[in-house]
Design a protein around this ligand. Sequence first.
Ligand code: GLC
Length: 453
Amino acid sequence: MMKKLLVLLLLICIASPTLFAQTKMIGNETDAQKEQRMEWWKDARFGMFIHFGLYSEAARHEWVKSNEGMTNEQYQKYFDQFNPDLFDPVKWAKEAKAAGMKYAVLTTKHHEGFCLFDSKYTDYKATNTPAKRDLVREYVNAFRAQGLKVGFYYSLLDWHHPDYTMDNVHPLVHSDTTKANYARLNKGRDMAKYRQYMRNQITELLTNYGKIDVIWLDWSWSKADQKRGVGKGANDWGSVELVKLIRKLQPGIIINNRLDLADYKDGADFETPEQVSSAELLPYRGRTWETCQTFSGSWGYYRDENTWKTHRKLLDLLITSVSNGGNLILNVGPTARGEFDYRATNALDSMAYWMHANSRAIYNCTFAPDSFKVPEGTKLTYNKAAKRLYIHLYDYPKGKLILPGYKGKVKYAQFLNDASEILYKDSGSDDLVLTLPVKKPPYEIPVIEVMLQ
Ligand code: GLC
């Protein structure tokens, strides 16, 4: 009997290693405490990502240093020229707020290694450029003053630090990833020192700027790449130690999932599907996640990139995120003068127009219970506490909309944008039939708000 049990246990362990691994804990927070800590973030649903750095000057992707295999010396011109004379985070914060965003995350240091904040541990920082300002401090003050939650992005990668070792995307390796080249370039480099540098800087960021709501650490290679010996993960970063440090300094903070700590139940607070299509968000239902998306193909300002997402596509990402129980963080890459470029401003303005009228279908909402069938040509969001269902009209119906099986479930229906009543009748079956005006309300995707019984 005992033997059988042991074999069974062994089989379960082999079949589902992650199930068991997931019980590993770094701290001792309970599920209920975590839920409380995450509450504002889940209710917020919509945030702003900001990628700003020396690469904004090159204006051809934030990976320009790696893509073009530039040395520190070749990249130095961007440091010498960095002078965002129109940098005004108060304006940024107002635009974010108007667009309906509830939080923001700014790159305090991206892969290039340049720090927007006044760090004691490096000279490679904004205060030493012609900008002569701690841009992070101004950002924090401005966004906080607008009532937005404040987040820091911090790159685990660092293409400037002298102790950071080679991997397959390091600018110095560029196209030569041979072992001999790695060995030559790694001479004198010491990741232990780099780990200490990160701990020092994260300590600065989480002690010198008041309460920080989110930390977004970026990124780790897949386990397969790490095995192949081309990339870095939890051991290289000292991820467990970092999480302990972060939680000690800012107990309420929310941490993303790019530290390579999937083995730990509390190694991350949310998943980060990047640049996925709205169709790919469905499997995330029931998990905790935020999809990060650009307006165009790059995170940093990219002058000549023209694949900008349409208003409809951006709206769809927002609605689909909420209708699958997740968040959307939309990125702006300000120009080297420190401004949102006109394309970003237009996109934000159009979101502002929609959110002004329809934000009730976004905040505090999630996916609707399965008992509500999705009417044709629509997507649903749902506010459980308020007992309201939101029907997003992707294809504006001709005169009527059938709500399949909704009989007995509805108390009242109205357009969300102007609170104008929508009449409905019983079709004789289980369905309800809404009568809609011929003229579509002036929103790309209008919303019907249904008060539920
Ligand atoms: C990627 C890129 C990076 C960008 C990030 C945002 O990991 O390396 O440039 O900042 O995604 O999610």
